[in-house]
Design a protein around this ligand. Sequence first.
Ligand code: JCZ
Length: 250
Amino acid sequence: APLRIDVITIFPEYLAPLRAALLGKAVDRGLVEIGVHDLRSWTHDVHRTVDDSPYGGGPGMVMKPDVWGEALDAVCPAPDPEDAGGRAPVLVVPTPAGRRFDQALARELAEEPRLVFACGRYEGIDQRVVDEAEGRMRVLEVSIGDYVLVGGEVATLVMVEAVARLIPGVLGNPVSASEDSFSDGLLEGPCYTRPEVWRGRAVPDVLRSGNHAAVDRWRRDRALERTLRRRPDLLDALPPEELSRADRAF
Ligand SMILES: Nc1cc(-c2ccc3cc[nH]c3c2)n[nH]1
């Protein structure tokens, strides 16, 4: 069954990239279904108001719970009791205050049949929306990094791309098994293609040697070296035997 993704936002056009390129093709091929919904569809006033002043004062505006409540009721109705097998859809709420998005969470989300993304704007969404949704959905408040965006749409694009590429057949060549083994734990090393010499810079000889064992070892060493220099924290998560290899190499 295709992965079903729904996005609720006041800027549906922000999600247009989801219909382009490889992900668009995956949609055409029925591997992924994407629905983008304008939150203002669930307003009832002439100004289509989605925000109001924050209780307790302070700058900016907060998104109204009643509009979000109706939107979520429409996009992900409470699962009917008969459909016991049906898993509750996951509601992903991008926020700087959320659990850190990483490859492990991308893999977890790729296992879900349904994902609903609630894109906040302004200062955020009234907390009662999340609290109430928890009664019938699995709600994940997720941060894509320690920097502040203006809304949840770009964070949603990041997460949808990271998740969709893990669905078999979605993006070009299948995700290699190595994704889950050695290379997944470390940074990728440098890569090269033709020409053999470019602006006086040659490709490392080992890569043209045809000696696949030597190439594999060279790539592993470059990945360990780069990780040691740029992200030593990733090495803490490595099994000890991998680490000893790193120590020996440098
Ligand atoms: N990782 C990260 C998420 C966000 C984010 C998410 C939603 C909203 C709504 C209003 N401002 C927002 C910012 N910034 N940085």
